[in-house]
Every structure is written in structure tokens, then in C-alpha cells.
Ligand binder design. Structure first.
Ligand code: HEC
Length: 151
């Protein structure tokens, strides 16, 4: 992993300057099904605070690009998901994203995964972080005070 060829010393210097604060031991892989996510991406800190403004910006994209699969409220019961017979996680369950870093969620939104299409350059980087905040905000915090009555 740390095999650098001396051919590009300038690149090496750049890279080492950027990764100077990194601990030398790699973090254990907690998310085996998303093992393609680079460690660097997973460690990326979220520069956008989860403010009402951030969530409002994200909601627009969520409605346009995500709700058809993940459901308006994030329960995974969107129409397209049903049509495509996709198995989708429930973001209203706080356990779903418990072990994911913001960097991992960002990466999944940006690059897609299996049947999940990538947002890619459709949205700005900050808007991608807004969506990370939004997805996290879907987890129900209240016992069941605000939930719809069960049938
Ligand atoms: C075509 C349907 C579809 C659309 C549209 C879609 N997703 Fe997904 N999403 C999926 C599927 C399917 C998975 C599971 C992927 C897998 O298992 O590899 C997934 C996984 C995810 C995950 C990872 C969940 C986990 O397991 O931790 C996140 C986060 C996510 N989607 C967010 C979004 C956001 C935000 C949008 C909108 C920008 C979006 N998705 C749009 C189908 C979709």
C-alpha cells in the first residue's frame, strides 16, 4: 500500500503533505459490502453543517433524484424501487447508517453502488454533503410519537 516509486518525487511530496496527519494503522473495514470505497474517501470529514438550510437545499435533490427509490421519507419504498424489485435499506431506522462515516455516504451518493445510480457531476460538492446530512436526518429519533399509526 505504501510502495511509492521514486519516479515522481513531486507527486510523492504532494501526497505525503496531504496525508501527513494520517495514522499509520489502517482502520478495520466495518462495511464489507461497500469495500470498494477508498479509505481516504471514507475518512473525509463533512465540511457542511447539518443546518435547516442544508436540509432544505438537499430536499430538492432528494425529491428529484432519490425519493423514487428511497421513498419520500427514506423508508425504501419508492415506486421505482418497487418496479425494479430493488432491495433498499430503511433510512428511518437509525441503525441503518450507524456504522457509516459521512465520507462513505458521500462516496455512495457521488459514485452510486450496484443498482444505485451515481449523482456524479449533476450536483455540486456541497450539495452532495447536503444530501449526506439529509439522509442522516431521516432517521427517526422520537420513540413513535410522530409516526403514522400502524395498520
Ligand atoms: C434507482 C434507484 C435508486 C436511486 C434513484 C437512488 N438510490 Fe440510493 N440506493 C439504491 C440501492 C438499490 C441501494 C443499495 C445499493 C447496494 O446494495 O449496493 C442504495 C444505497 C444507498 C445508500 C447506502 C445505504 C447503505 O447501505 O448504507 C445511500 C446513502 C443512498 N443510497 C442514498 C441515495 C441518495 C441520497 C439518492 C439520491 C441522490 C439515491 N440514493 C438515489 C437505489 C437508489
Amino acid at each position: 500500500m505504501y510502495r511509492f516509486t521514486p519516479i515522481l518525487p513531486a507527486l510523492f511530496l504532494l501526497a505525503s503533505a496531504q496525508s501527513a496527519q494520517q495514522p499509520s494503522t489502517p482502520t478495520p473495514q466495518k462495511t464489507p459490502t461497500y469495500s470498494a470505497i477508498p479509505v481516504e474517501a471514507a475518512r473525509q470529514a463533512n465540511p457542511v453543517k447539518s443546518t435547516p438550510e442544508s436540509l432544505t437545499r438537499a430536499k430538492k435533490w432528494w425529491t428529484l433524484d432519490c425519493a423514487m427509490c428511497h421513498g419520500k421519507d427514506g423508508d425504501g419504498k419508492g415506486e421505482t424501487a418497487a418496479e425494479m424489485k430493488l432491495k433498499i435499506v430503511d433510512f428511518t431506522d437509525p441503525a441503518t447508517l450507524k456504522d457509516r462515516t459521512d465520507g462513505e455516504v458521500f462516496y455512495i451518493i457521488k459514485n452510486g453502488h450496484n443498482d444505485m445510480p451515481p449523482e456524479g457531476p449533476r450536483i455540486k460538492t456541497e450539495e452532495n454533503w447536503d444530501l449526506v446530512n439529509y439522509v442522516r436526518s431521516l432517521a427517526k429519533k422520537m420513540p413513535d410519537a410522530e409516526q403514522k399509526p400502524q395498520p
